[in-house]
Design a protein around this ligand. Structure first.
Ligand code: KG4
Ligand code: ZN
Length: 335
């Protein structure tokens, strides 16, 4: 089954073709990052307009690079939510119009389910059941995944998401948008021991997170500095990243211990963080569990994870509801 996947939930237009027998055949991505950078964050109206401009050329490029035509497509998957309403509507409109014209099934996919299953695109891939640490710009959750569509929420952030904390902290250090990758690059040059930052909820009995206090601690630290020179900024970045990584690793280990599972899957944009990967790898060899990451290019938003999740759901004989809709707010636990 050849599935066309379309992702337009935020500031990335992604299109991909996934074949249930041959795997991923092609994927195309356009990031709007540069366009939003001058505003210091995503401007929803600009995002929607840009998706409109990009999605059909990306689809054509995808078909061309896979040597396929529209007629070869067996089904279409698109991100139904959560995300920006206008941006989601672009993907939903294109997916439903194509499906109607081609007389093929169409299925709406939960964006986080796409992230959650994306490590299955890697080799070696995890097998069910596993624990997933989902850390993106909008979400920070620990989930128990026992099969496609079988997700139990174990813990989540009580305030900011991990990526949001990276981005907000980067912003107050003047690192631009999106700040996560820039902050982690600068952290590599810094001394993480010069400043001491809190590890919120590190020892709480649950699997929840809280990151807004960490961001506020950085704000206080920045205000205390007489001069915010490059080396001080690098040291603050290193201290911040170390605190984030320590909490994320500790809670992931706790989730593994609590459930008895031996496989940990990392999904979402923050999964691209090098230090997080190094610490998880070290913990995995120490504690004898396996850790899986999506291929780096599929950590952040992309069409491949949507095409893939669509193929898995359709292979279970699932169909879309037939309603043409988007769900800007949508809880993964309700799937
Ligand atoms: O999954 P994603 O592309 O979009 C959402 O669904 O939110 O995640 C984007 C988030 C942003 O907050 C970005 O700053 C963060 O992932 N991110 C990183 C890194 N690369 C992306 N955070 C820390 N270190 C990175 N290397
Ligand atoms: Zn995402």
């Amino acid at each position: 089954m050849l599935v066309l996947g379309i992702e337009t939930s935020c500031d990335e237009s992604g299109v991909a073709l996934y074949d249930s027998e041959q795997g991923l055949l092609a994927h195309q991505l356009h990031t709007q990052m540069a366009m939003h950078a001058e505003y210091g964050g995503v401007v929803p109206e600009l995002a929607s307009r840009d998706h409109i401009r990009r999605i059909l050329p990306l689809t054509e490029a995808c078909l061309k690079s896979a040597g396929k035509t529209l007629r070869d497509i067996d089904a279409i998957a698109y991100t139904e939510g959560p995300g920006l309403a206008g941006a989601l509507l672009v993907g939903a409109s294109v997916a439903n119009a194509l499906a109607f014209a081609l007389d093929k099934p169409v299925i709406g996919i939960h964006h986080l389910e796409g992230h959650l299953l994306s490590p299955l695109l890697a080799t070696p891939a995890p097998t069910f059941p596993f624990i997933a640490l989902l850390v993106s710009g909008g979400h920070s959750q620990l989930m128990e995944v026992t099969g496609v569509g079988q997700y139990t929420l174990l813990g989540e952030t009580l305030d900011d998401a991990a990526g949001e904390a990276f981005d907000k902290t980067a912003k107050l250090l003047g690192l631009g948008y999106p700040g996560g990758p820039a902050l982690s690059r600068l952290a590599e040059q810094g001394n993480p021991k010069r400043f001491s930052l809190p590890r919120p909820m590190l020892h709480s009995p649950d699997l929840d997170f809280s990151f807004s206090g960490l961001k506020t601690a950085v704000l206080t630290l920045v205000r205390e500095q007489k001069q915010l020179d490059d080396s001080t900024r690098a040291d603050i970045c290193a201290a911040f990243q170390e605190a984030m990584v320590e909490v994320l690793v500790a809670k992931s280990l706790k989730a593994l211990k609590q459930t008895g599972h031996r496989q940990l899957v990392i999904a979402g944009g923050v999964g691209a963080n090098k230090q997080l990967r190094q610490h998880l790898d070290a913990a995995a060899s120490r504690k004898r569990f396996s850790v899986f990451y999506p291929p780096l290019e599929f950590c952040t938003d992309n069409g491949a994870m949507i095409a893939f999740a669509g193929a898995l759901r359709l292979s279970q004989a699932q169909r879309g509801s037939g309603s043409f809709g988007v769900r800007p707010r949508w809880d993964l636990g309700s799937l």
